[in-house]
Design a protein around this ligand. Sequence first.
Ligand code: HSE
Length: 320
Amino acid sequence: MQLKTIEETIAAAKDTSVTIKAPGTVANMVCGFDVLGMALNDPGDIMTVKLIEEPVVMIHNVDNYGLPTHPQKNVAGVALLDMIERMEHRVGFEVTIEKKIMPGSGIGSSAASSAGAVVAANHLLNNIFSNEDLVQMAMLGEKLASGVKHADNIAPCIYGGVTLIRSIHPLDIISIPSPPLYVTLVHPQIEVRTEDARQILRKQILLKDAIRQWGNIAALVAALMKNDYSLISRSLEDILIEPIRSILIPAFAEVKARCLEAGALGGGISGSGPSIFMLSSDEKTAREVETTMKEVYTYTGIEFYTYVTTVNRQGVTLIA
Ligand code: HSE
C-alpha cells in the first residue's frame, strides 16, 4: 500500500474531528518534586478537536469555569499554536473543552487541557509528531498556567502510568512499571494556584535534606518496579516541599495521619495542592481511606469531593 503524503492526510482529515478523554494526574508523588507523576482513571477532561483549513485555533468551553477562550491565553490554545508553528503545511484546530478536572485542584487540570489538545490534534494529522514533541508543546501550557515549564503532569497524561522526568532540557522521560495501586483523593473546594505554591518554596536546601530526598525518590522508583508495597510505603516521604505547602491545606496533617491509620501505604499533596492523595494496595482499604477523608473534612466544614480510582495505563484515550 502506498503511504499518504502529508497533504493527502490533511486533505482527508479536513473537517473531521476526534473526541478524547485526558486523564487527571498526580504530580510529584510525594518525594519527586517536578520529576515524578502518575495518571488517574478518574477524573478526566473530555475534548473534541476538529481540523480546519485556516491555521488558527478556536476554543469553546462547555463548562462553567469561565476559562479564557483567546488561544494565547488558554493552555490548550498555546500548545496548539506551537503545533501549527512546527507544521510545514499549516492547518488549524477548533477545540471544544468540557473540563471535569477543576482548575486549581492539584489534579493536573491545565496539563489535561494542553496534553489532550495536542494528542487529539496529532491523531487528526496521522500522528506526525512524536510523544516527546507533544510533551514539548503541552509544556507551553504549563508555563502559561504556572510561570514555569514542568512535565510531571504532562508526561503521565500523555504516556499513561507512572513517569519519571529525568530532564526537560533535553527532554528525557522514562515510563516506570508499577503494581496495581488504588488512589484515593480528597479535593477541598479551595483554589491553590500552582504559581503561588511555587513562590513560597525555599530556593536552597541543605545537602543532608537533599540526600534524604533523593534516597526516597530512588527507593520509590525501585519499589514500583519491584512491586514492593512495603518499600513504596517507606519511600512516600517528602521533607522538602510538604512541610511548607501543607500550611495552605486545611486539616492536612490530620487527614494524612488518619489515612495511614486506616491502612494507606502513604500519600501527600497531589501536585501543588490543595488535593490530598493516598495510595493503597487494595480497593477495600482505598474505600476506608475515603471514609476517613470524608470524616475529617466534614468536621472542618469545608466543601470537598473525593475520588477512589486506579492508575491510568493508557494516557489520553480516543473515545470517538
Ligand atoms: N511539580 C509541580 C509543582 C506540579 O509541584 O509545582 C504542579 O501540578
